[in-house]
Unconditional design. Structure first.
Lengths: 53, 214
């Protein structure tokens, strides 16, 4: 998987065109992973007693 | 009566109408921008350029409005992450993750996490707006003619990288933002973004009057 997209300029040189669109799935997966992990963690924590400060 | 208090109703004002309108207008702009930015990547074929830049200009105006309000009407100090507060929050969270019992700690108007999230969103959105303005110069618009020679091809590539990265980060951040907005313990905050207020009980239960004065 590449991080960037490339294209050739008028001189035939390889130049950066933008971010790789493969990262779209990484962005979605990162959001989903955070949500699932946080939900599991919070569920586990809510079962434990709480200390008032 | 103080800024946050709705003395007679037993409610505490959390977000004024102007700030709520800003929030939801920004949400609409972000959804239009992400839809017009990424649906074509996924294969949808439609004329996305005009709605994209129009939503981008609307977002820029909204952000400018918010910056002016934040500096001259709202209390910027409520958004500042103090070092001691940050250290305490990291320490408490680390202990809890490592198995210690939950600590109930009342927050100011916003938690450290909310403030850091706001600053991350600010950085990402301002990057998207700044790079978007440069990209707009490369297309014809109703009030300007395109100038494809303003920056070099290499520089344009970097502008596209930053704009794309800001868009991708926005997707992750919106997912996390919506997740927290619908969590049961945060729903009173979501309601306050719709109706403006939280109850006095919610204020007493979750907030520290020394950090968020009524």
């Amino acid at each position: 998987m590449e991080l960037l997209r490339y294209k050739s300029d008028i001189y035939g040189q390889r130049i950066v065109e933008g971010v790789s669109w493969d990262l779209l799935w990484i962005a979605l997966a990162a959001g989903l992973a955070f949500i699932v992990l946080h939900a599991l963690y919070t569920q586990r924590k809510l079962r434990q007693p709480q200390n008032d400060e | 009566m103080s800024e946050a208090s709705h003395g007679r109703t037993g409610r505490v004002l959390r977000h004024r109408l102007a700030d709520r309108v800003f929030h939801w207008a920004m949400a609409v702009c972000m959804l239009v921008l992400l839809g017009t930015g990424f649906l074509p990547v996924l294969g949808a074929r439609f004329a996305w350029v005009d709605p994209h830049w129009i939503a981008g200009v609307a977002l820029a105006v909204l952000v400018l409005f918010h910056i002016v309000r934040a500096l001259f009407v709202l209390r910027p100090a409520e958004m500042r992450v103090r070092w001691q507060e940050f250290r305490g929050s990291v320490r408490t969270t680390t202990r809890e993750v490592l198995g210690a019992a939950r600590q109930r700690k009342n927050i100011g108007k916003y938690s450290v996490g909310q403030k850091l999230f706001h600053h991350a969103v600010a950085l990402v959105v301002l990057t998207a707006i700044a790079t978007g303005v440069v990209m707009m110069i490369g297309i014809d618009g109703p009030f300007w003619e395109r100038n494809p020679f303003l920056i070099s091809e290499k520089s344009r590539g970097m502008v596209f990288v930053l704009h794309g990265a800001a868009g991708l980060l926005s997707i992750t951040m919106i997912m996390v933002h919506v997740y927290f907005a619908v969590r049961p313990e945060k729903r009173y905050m979501t309601r306050s973004m719709l109706r403006g207020w939280i109850t006095r009980d919610e204020y007493a239960q979750h907030h520290d009057p020394e950090l968020w004065s009524e």
